[in-house]
Design a protein around this ligand. Structure first.
Ligand code: ADP
Ligand code: MG
Length: 400
């Protein structure tokens, strides 16, 4: 080892020590102990670039803000340029030696196991399905009358667009409405509502609550408000479900008539665990008209059946494009696939939303189409579809 390398290495150890010290000042209100002494921090590393990484083992009942406090503590250490936290849920299956993301210390990095969580933190592989979904406490969402998931077999079919407009429409009809963005693969609700602020935290120490942001009359919560850009890549189903649980229990939703959940695309374990985490009144499936897309929806409908969740209906999106300045309509992705499928599965067909440049335009403006272009073809179709769904919801028996 050259003297320079040696000095570097010493410096690396020093910064790890200081990060550990800072983390030791973060106290878990449930135990009264520091998160370091309590063994909740593991695999603490700081590389030569000042990038700090550690595993945070969240325990049952821990407030979600604890992770953010730990992140902030590490971030405050001189020489630390960025912080990456691998959150592990209490339910993580033990002793499988697959570290999440399989990260190794970068060249020149320094490693210190900061307590017993180091070993445990290395296990627990957050593979989808390896962990049971956390059960929300009975009073979570007690003040919410209806919870509706918007789901799709695959991404890019307009799920978030439908969720956004449903929520904005419900709010414009006088319903107290919340929108929970559970799509970790692409949390784009913040963009669609033109919201980039970080939500505030209120409440006494130990019982902090996140205050949802409000835009166009809709209370919003999204992973996009809380996470660093690169973080969603290390998220797996159980972790998502855990965060969703926190979004229900530790977000001050208040009394809501309707909560819309923008689900991650697909029908895998991540989606299944989400469905089991929330007590849903039902799900709306979004599809494009062509066969490949409807096949995915069929699988999605089956998934909901498996967990006894009612499918409230199917929305066919991106159907028909009117060539500007003419009356000619081109069915770019075909037509009728959603309706045919709804008939086949004996599910309500909720409506057809045309491809409309106003949808893209309003998305860019950070405004739901039903607000910014209510008289556009898509705006009108979305309102009709939404009103129909709101009517259907009124006729359902209460959630509990
Ligand atoms: N009916 C439509 N007309 C025009 N653009 C649309 C329409 N539906 C969705 N889009 C656009 O397609 C993209 C994907 O929609 P999005 O709602 O994000 O899909 P998902 O949530 O299913 O991945 C977005 O840029 C959205 O603005
Ligand atoms: Mg989306």
């Amino acid at each position: 080892m050259t003297p320079v390398e040696s000095i570097r290495r010493e410096g690396g150890k020093e910064i790890v020590r200081r990060v550990k010290e800072a983390l030791a000042r973060v106290v878990n209100p449930n135990t009264g102990r520091s998160v370091v002494a309590g063994g909740q921090i593991g695999e603490l590393k700081v590389d030569g670039e000042g990038s700090a990484t550690f595993v945070f083992s969240l325990r049952k009942g821990d407030p979600g803000v604890l992770v953010r406090q730990a992140r902030a503590a590490a971030q405050g250490v001189e020489g630390v340029r960025r912080v990456r936290v691998n959150v592990q849920l209490p339910q993580s299956a033990p002793a499988e030696n697959t570290a999440p993301g399989g990260r190794t210390a970068p060249a020149g990095g320094t490693t210190a196991a900061a307590g017993p969580a180091g070993a445990r933190g290395a296990g627990g592989g957050l593979r989808p399905g390896s962990v049971p979904a956390p059960t929300p406490s009975p009073d979570a969402l007690a003040g919410v009358k209806r919870v509706v998931a918007v789901s799709s077999g695959k991404g890019g079919v307009g799920k978030s667009m439908v969720a956004t407009n449903l929520a904005a429409l419900a709010a414009s009809r006088g319903l107290a409405t919340g929108l929970l963005d559970a799509d970790i693969y692409g949390p784009n609700i913040p963009t669609m509502f033109g919201e980039g602020r970080r939500p505030a935290v209120t409440g006494a120490k130990g019982s902090e609550m996140i205050v949802p942001l409000e835009a166009h009359g809709v209370r919003l919560m999204s992973l996009g408000f809380l996470l660093e850009r690169e973080q969603p890549a290390i998220m797996r189903g159980p972790l998502i479900a855990g965060i969703l649980k926190q979004f229900m229990e530790q977000v001050e939703w208040g009394r809501l008539d309707l909560m819309i959940v923008d689900m991650p695309p697909g029908t895998g374990d991540a989606q299944l665990s989400l469905v089991q985490t929330v007590e849903l009144d039902g799900a709306v499936m979004v599809t494009t008209p062509q066969k490949v897309a409807t096949g995915d929806v069929r699988r999605g409908a089956r998934m909901f059946e498996r967990v006894n969740t009612r499918v409230l209906g199917i929305v066919e999106n991106m159907c028909g494009f009117r060539i500007p300045g003419t009356a000619e309509i081109v069915d770019l992705f075909g037509r009728g696939g959603g309706e045919t499928l709804a008939n086949e599965l004996k599910l309500p067909f909720l409506g057809r939303i045309p491809l409309d440049i106003e949808v893209r335009r309003s998305g860019d403006l950070g405004r739901p189409t039903v607000v910014s272009a209510p008289r556009s073809p898509a705006g009108r179709a979305l309102s009709e579809m939404g009103d129909r769904l709101l009517g259907d919801l009124e006729r359902l028996p209460p959630r509990r």
